[in-house]
Design a binder for this molecule. Structure first.
Ligand SMILES: Nc1ncnc2c1ncn2[C@@H]1O[C@H](COP(=O)(O)OP(=O)(O)OP(=O)(O)O)[C@@H](O)[C@H]1O
Length: 392
C-alpha cells in the first residue's frame, strides 16, 4: 500500500467573526489516490482544501504532509506549496501576469529556477494542458476553459506531488468538463495525488477512488464511492442525491437482478449486469477489436490513412495531446471522454474502434480491457497501430 501523503488530525477552524467552518475533521490521503470531497454549499469544502497547502491554518488539531506536521513560517510554506499545488475555482483569481508565459513562469521563477529551467518547465506544463503556442496570449482574452488550463499549467510547472482542485469543472461546458476530468486522470496516471471538491455526485461517483461526504464542517462518511453514496441516510445528511447508476442498480436489485459486490460505476458495468442476466434475449456477435495508436511515436499521416482504409471505424482520443493530433490530422472523433469503456461497449457489439492516446496512457487501455475481460469472461483483442500499418 502506498504511503500517506496528507493527513488531518482532529482539525478545527473558525473564520474571524464567523461561524466554525471545520469542526473536528480527521482523514489521510495516500500517494496516487483520487479523492473527492463532496458536500453542499457551505459544507466547508473550500476551507478544508485551503488547509492542504497552508493557506489556512487550523485553530486546533494538526495537518501533516509526508508524515511531518505542517509548519507555517515563510520557508516551510514555500516548500509545502511547491509540493501541494492548488487550483482555485475561479481562474481569474489565480492568473496574475499579462501573458500566459509569464503567468506559468511565476512559480518556477519564484522557486529560483534558472532561465532555461523556467522555460523548460513552462513549455512542458503548457504542452501538458494542451496550450502550446499560447505563450504570448494575454490571459484575459482566453475562454474560461483555457484560463482554467493556464491556472493548472502554473501549478504543474512546479511539479507538485499533490494537486488540489476547488470545484474543477465550475464554469465549464459539458465537453470542457469532460476534457478537464480526463486531464486529471492523466495526471493521476502519471503519479500525482489528486483531490477535488465538488457538489456534483455524478462527477465524483465514477471518478474518485475514495469519497469524503462533508456537511456542516464535519465528515459524514468516508469510503469508496459505491459505499459512501450507497447509504441514503448519509447522502441525505450531506444534502446530496444518490448517483443515477447507483439508484438504477438498487431498482434492478429490487426486481430480482443479481448485482455483484462491486456496484456499477459506468454504463459499461451496467450493461454487463443487464446482459449477463438476460442471456438468450440478447444476441452476441464476435467481439470487435480495439486498436491503440501512440500519438507520440506514430509517423505523421499514418492515422488518417489507416482510418480511411477502415471505413466505419469509430475513433476516440484520450488526453489533450491525442485530441490535438486528431485535429491536426483531421481525424473525426466519435469519443472524447470515457473512451476505453465506449470502445469496449462497441467491441461487444462486434464493432472495431481506434483509440488515439499518448505514450503514458497506452498501457492503461490494455489494463482496462484486460480487467474487463477477466471480470466478464469476454475476449476483446487490443492491437497497436504501427507506422507500417498505414493501409493494412
Ligand atoms: N472568509 C470567510 N469569512 C467568514 N466565513 C466564511 C468565509 N468563507 C467561508 N465562510 C463560511 O464557512 C463555511 C464553509 O464555507 P466554505 O466556502 O468552505 O464551504 P464550501 O463547501 O466550499 O461551499 P461552496 O460549495 O458554496 O463553495 C460557510 O458557512 C461559510 O459561510
Amino acid at each position: 500500500m502506498s504511503s500517506i501523503v496528507l493527513e488531518a488530525r482532529d482539525i478545527r477552524y473558525r473564520y474571524p467573526r464567523g461561524q466554525e467552518a471545520i469542526r473536528g475533521i480527521s482523514f489521510h490521503f495516500r500517494r496516487g489516490e483520487k479523492i473527492a470531497l463532496v458536500g453542499p454549499n457551505g459544507a466547508g469544502k473550500s476551507t478544508l482544501l485551503q488547509m492542504f497547502n497552508g493557506m489556512i491554518r487550523p485553530d486546533s488539531g494538526m495537518m501533516l504532509f509526508d508524515n511531518r506536521p505542517m509548519e507555517y513560517d515563510r520557508a516551510s510554506l514555500r516548500e509545502l506549496r511547491r509540493k501541494v499545488g492548488f487550483v482555485l475555482q475561479n481562474p481569474d483569481r489565480q492568473i496574475i501576469a499579462p501573458t500566459v508565459y509569464q503567468d506559468v513562469a511565476f512559480g518556477p521563477t519564484n522557486l529560483g529556477y534558472s532561465e532555461a529551467e523556467v522555460r523548460e518547465s513552462v513549455t512542458t506544463a503548457l504542452r501538458h494542458v494542451g496550450l502550446a503556442g499560447f505563450e504570448r496570449r494575454p490571459p484575459h482574452q482566453l475562454s474560461g476553459g483555457e484560463k482554467k488550463r493556464v491556472a493548472i499549467a502554473g501549478v504543474l510547472a512546479m511539479d507538485p506531488d499533490v494537486l488540489v482542485f476547488d470545484e474543477p469543472t465550475s464554469g465549464l461546458d459539458p465537453s470542457g468538463s469532460e476534457d478537464l476530468m480526463e486531464l486529471l486522470d492523466e495526471l493521476n496516471h502519471e503519479g500525482k495525488t489528486i483531490v477535488i471538491s465538488t457538489h456534483d455526485v455524478e462527477l465524483a461517483y465514477p471518478w474518485a477512488d475514495r469519497v469524503i461526504l462533508l456537511a456542516d464542517g464535519q465528515i459524514i462518511k468516508e469510503d469508496i464511492p459505491d459505499v459512501a453514496f450507497g447509504n441514503t441516510k448519509f447522502v441525505r445528511m450531506a444534502h446530496l442525491s444518490v448517483p443515477t447508476l447507483l439508484e438504477l442498480s438498487a431498482e434492478l436489485e429490487k426486481r430480482g437482478f443479481f448485482i455483484p459486490g462491486r456496484k456499477p460505476r459506468s454504463v459499461l458495468d451496467m450493461v454487463h449486469i443487464i446482459e449477463s442476466q438476460a442471456r438468450g434475449s440478447c444476441c452476441h456477435p464476435a467481439p470487435g477489436t480495439i486498436t491503440v495508436c501512440n500519438v507520440d511515436t506514430i509517423a505523421p499521416g499514418t492515422t488518417p490513412l489507416w482510418v480511411q482504409a477502415h471505413p466505419g471505424i469509430a475513433v476516440g482520443a484520450m488526453g489533450t495531446r491525442a485530441k490535438q493530433c486528431a485535429a491536426m490530422e483531421q481525424v473525426a472523433l466519435e469519443f472524447t471522454y470515457g473512451v476505453i469503456d465506449k470502445c469496449i461497449l462497441r467491441a461487444l457489439r462486434g464493432k472495431d474502434s481506434l483509440i488515439l492516446t499518448n505514450g503514458s496512457m497506452v498501457g492503461r487501455v490494455t489494463e482496462r480491457v484486460e480487467a474487463y475481460c477477466k471480470e466478464s469472461g469476454n475476449v476483446i483483442s487490443v492491437a497497436l497501430l504501427e507506422t507500417t500499418d498505414r493501409l493494412s
